[in-house]
Design a protein. Structure first.
Ligand SMILES: NC(=O)c1ccc[n+]([C@@H]2O[C@H](COP(=O)([O-])OP(=O)(O)OC[C@H]3O[C@@H](n4cnc5c(N)ncnc54)[C@H](O)[C@@H]3O)[C@@H](O)[C@H]2O)c1
Ligand SMILES: [Zn+2]
Ligand SMILES: [Zn+2]
Length: 377
């Protein structure tokens, strides 16, 4: 079938994106679902900083590619052998597909399934198949097995989780990346216990989800840090007890206000200065959890002596260390009961025509999650 999609042909084009237009709205050909695959009508897809990093060339990808890895939609067709899904089902997309068989999956870490990462580098679905091509027949790459900046996607059935039809799809979409990553970093990676103190550094879609997760998880003191005063004001409304601008005096101010630092610091900014700041405001004996994804070549220096003698740890969190089929229902239930009000993360809607404007706004730092509605004109 012919579908409309936003196709990325070149990484690293200059801003403003409204002029360089890295994403081109085009018609492409989408093959029907093969064995074990499903056709999804995309209802909503979030614009995540990871997509922006792909546009900026912070991480090389096979081109041309249809990006977009956070979204929700409706199953329209099932390929042969698909079980547990039927046309009409509502689903959230997962940007890591678990094969269930590799060492990582067997050890209970489906969020880092190695076969999923191999397919990502090649720009295919996890099976190695491609279902996207240009109208002239040239190949178009898949992104994380999803490619959601389009009207429809063919994905492997393991790339989606069925959800209740009571959840608005534009809210469900947020769970696929921002919420699983941010709230998951708090619940799973940090294993927050009620009454503990948490700091979140970098208050975008992921960081605000971590903040809402810290509120839901019963954190006592919640310290929010960002470069944007507007985001700090929002964080305060949403449950932060202390807010700090990420300026020169920040480390000292946080350490003073907290009597030496915070036990758990979650870094969700994706730049090295934020990671350095996060380590510096972590208390002796505390943990820095990093979820941001800077340039693939970036390197980070720390003092092994301080790490050891102050018994600090730096731990990484990918997709919130989630087991999606376990954690998504739990997080959706918190949302249903008003305890994880992630609908607040939505900063408005964009159409496929407006994607370059959407990424320009994200690069400016003026929005949280904008939601693409690919069928709106
Ligand atoms: N680990 C994962 O699984 C995963 C998943 C999704 C996104 N990410 C990564 O997480 C990061 C955040 O994504 P997002 O979509 O929330 O981005 P975003 O652009 O919405 O938010 C980033 C925030 O960081 C703030 N910031 C920038 N520099 C800072 C500094 N020096 N100190 C403090 N704050 C600073 C910005 O003002 C902004 O509020 C990105 O690097 C993204 O690639 C990781
Ligand atoms: Zn993302
Ligand atoms: Zn696996």
């Amino acid at each position: 079938m012919r579908i409309k999609a936003a196709v990325l042909y070149e990484q690293g084009l200059p801003r403003p994106y409204t002029e360089s237009r890295p994403l081109r709205l085009e018609e492409v050909e989408l093959d029907p679902p093969g064995p074990g695959e499903v056709l999804i009508e995309i209802a909503a897809a979030g614009l995540c900083h990871s997509d922006l990093s792909t546009i900026e060339n912070l991480r090389p990808r096979p081109l041309p590619i249809i990006i977009g890895h956070e979204g929700a939609g409706i199953v329209r067709e099932c390929g042969p052998g698909v079980r547990g899904l039927a046309p009409g089902d509502h689903v959230v997309a997962l940007f890591v597909t678990s094969c269930g068989e590799c060492r990582d999956c067997v050890r209970g870490k489906p969020n880092i399934c190695s076969s999923s990462f191999a397919a990502r580098a090649k720009g295919t679905l996890p099976s190695g198949a491609r279902r996207l091509k240009r109208l002239d027949g040239a190949a178009v790459n898949h992104n994380s097995g999803l490619s959601l900046f389009a009207e429809y996607a063919v994905v492997t059935a393991e790339s989606v989780v069925k959800i209740g039809q009571d959840i608005p799809l534009e809210d469900a979409a947020l769970f696929g990346c921002a919420v699983m990553t941010g709230a998951g970093a708090v619940f799973n990676t940090a294993r927050l216990r009620p009454g503990e103190d948490v700091a979140v550094v970098g208050l975008g879609g992921v960081g605000m989800s971590a903040l809402l997760g810290a509120v839901a998880g019963g954190a006592s003191r919640i310290i929010a840090v960002d470069r944007s005063a507007e985001k700090l004001a929002l964080a305060r409304q949403w449950g932060a007890t202390d807010t700090f601008l990420a300026d020169e005096g920040c480390v000292e101010a946080v350490r003073e206000a907290t009597g030496g630092g915070v036990d758990t610091v979650i870094e969700t900014a994706g730049v090295l200065p934020a990671l350095e700041l996060s380590v510096a405001i972590t208390a002796r004996g505390g943990q820095t959890i990093t979820a941001g994804l800077p340039h693939v070549q970036a390197r980070f220096a720390f003092s092994p002596f301080a790490l050891v003698s102050e018994e600090r740890s730096i731990r990484a969190s990918y997709m919130g260390s989630c087991v999606p089929r376990r954690d998504l229902p739990m997080m959706l239930d918190l949302y249903r009961r008003g305890k994880l009000p992630v609908d607040r993360l939505r900063s408005g809607f964009v159409s496929l025509e407006e994607m370059n404007l959407g990424f320009e706004r994200l690069a400016e730092g003026s929005v949280l999650r904008q939601i693409l509605r690919p069928h709106s004109g």
